[in-house]
Design a protein around this ligand. Sequence first.
Ligand code: HDE
Length: 712
Amino acid sequence: MNKDRKNMNIHEESKKEQLKDFSVNDSGTKMTTNQGVRITDDEHSLKAGDRGPTLMEDFQFREKMTHFDHERIPERIVHARGFGAHGYFQVYEPMNEVTKAKFLQDPSVKTPVFVRFSTVAGSRGSADTVRDVRGFATKFYTEEGNFDLVGNNMPVFFIQDAMKFPDFIHAVKPEPHNEIPQASTAHDTHWDFIANNTESTHMIMWAMSDRAIPRSYRMMEGFGVHTFRFVNEKGEAHFVKFHWKPLLGVHSLVWDEAQKIAGKDPDFNRRDLADAIEMGNYPEFEFGVQMIREDEEFNFDFDILDPTKLWPEELIPVRRIGKMTLNRNVDNFFAETEQAAFHVGHVVPGIDFSNDPLLQGRLFSYTDTQLSRLGGPNFHEIPINRPLAPVHNNQRDGMHRMTINQGQTSYHKNSLNNNDPHEATEQEGGFVHYQEKVEGRKVRSRSDSFKDHYSQAKLFWNSMSDVEQKHMIKAFRFELGKVQTKSIQQQMVDNLSNVDLELAQQVALGIGAKAPQAQPEETRESVTLLSPALSQLNTVKSAATRKIAILAADGFDSAEMKAVQSALQEAGVTAEIISEHLGMITGTEGDPLQVKQTFLTADSVLYDAVYVAGGKESVSQIGTIREAVNFLNEAYNHCKTIGAAGEALDLLGTAGIHATSPDQPVGNLEKPFTDTGLVIDSDAGSGADFGQRLVDAMAMHRHWDREVSMSK
Ligand code: HDE
């Protein structure tokens, strides 16, 4: 082993300790210039007389203003809007059979990580909850150097060859003549691209699904998308796909809600992540791998190098091999999150690439883009990007160089410095590329095995539940409804008939296009395969870390409030009291409660559930507030859990919520159903049972039967 790595002891705090060397705390200090000269007055420029011109010699003013003038850097060309957090990763058991990567061997080692979640299309200041793919980029600071897993929350991509990435991004970004629309795919150029590049069909199904509007970064999956390789000590390889599985399950917003949140709280997802970490509700993701032996490469009806194809989990199981915990917010957004530079080519021994043509192109793009974004070739020295593993080579100089390399030599081979730094052997941890045999002619073409653009789009559609399919139809109708060019709408509808005729017809109906009457000849043998793992209805369900609004005023039922609050607390639910005014409100037993929000600052879309506190006086006061009634009505329309007992039931009626008895089916006569999201009791809900029922209903996330019954 390399001598300077011998005593490396990577642990949970390693990165934090490294960052500490660069951190500054201004508390209790005197103000200085950047040269360390103390400042006596930071409010007035130096002038020739009280009312005279500013003097050139005012170095203090010049320095302050110059720095300000240059404090913006270019935003990322894609994934500009993002939010990061620190944490650590631990493997469950040694993975030496398949990979020699050190950070995947010792379950006692906590490898520090930094994760940045992002949207793709919008600018840095755009809203969090837009319909878009989410980036999920993880930097592992391992003892063998940095490994970046730069993934998304969807397992496939829009294109098959990196050559088309600039075209796709030009189409999806705001249109060039007027820079409209911001952070939205609902416009002509985007759909023109999709309609004319049918390889996007599978991915567009994902983008029109609920996956594109996650409830929380803590509740979405991550995927490496491409096929990578694991390589073991013996040099044997497996093809591998990487996954992140959130322990809270995969959950999404409702589209109407997502759009409203974009106005009410554009920082919704980043606030949710930061708050959760602050409260100690550390987001956890299990690291999963799907593996295929090298000799199995051609055993599937899809090409494993094609990034528009997933590996169905039912066919190739996801083995969960470790867990990541995010437990620390950044100290400074710009220094850490904005300056983080991920690169899909940052791999460590034991992890290697495949020939996926999208991956191959990405291997160039990521370092290249940092050169202009972070201003030169030394961005690896920025604290957040520094590996914990020592860095020694003969690279020198360049903008913003910080390392002070000692000595006379900066070349290899040398005799003046004993030929240091030395190359390492493979046994000493040197990276050796997997020796894949490659031969072929130089061609600009694509393998025929990439030509099936519809089977997995159909697989995805088949795997959706009724309500998820309805959401997708609406999403297509919304997006294509915003498209101005009729021919693009028609082209898209016709293309969708390759996936599913009913889907194409439903979309056509919504946007006034001609409905296709039959599937195109060549897709008649359409796939009927199902992958239950793709439906969000089959995910983990938990009330923990969710947010409930408690609508209350003076005179709330103290006993009921106590019982409900204790059940919520026990389940790890965050509850906020909302009332007409800030300050305190008092219950029937004289107990005071702090109000957290008013009906002006809060909104139902910012909560997972609502509970209307009982107590005659409280209920009648809340009932007079129009925003409170709307609050309930909207929560109901968004299929959220609503709790009310005793007198509070009257308020549900005022809000147009049909709730007479918990067991009585509601909904229109054709589709009566029991609304699992209405937690109601004709008596006051002071028993333990009421609070527990509320928690159980919240765990279900949303109550989709309500939506199905409400929609035509
Ligand atoms: Fe990226 N992508 N990408 N991408 N990507 C960038 O790198 C690119 C692709 C992904 O939080 C850029 O530093 C090309 C797939 C994430 O900082 C850029 C192609 C996947 C992030 C770039 C793709 C991703 C980026 C812009 C097609 C999922 C944000 C700024 C060949 C597996 C990382 C930057 C962060 C960012 C290029 C396709 C994920 C320009 C050429 C597929 C999560 O280099």
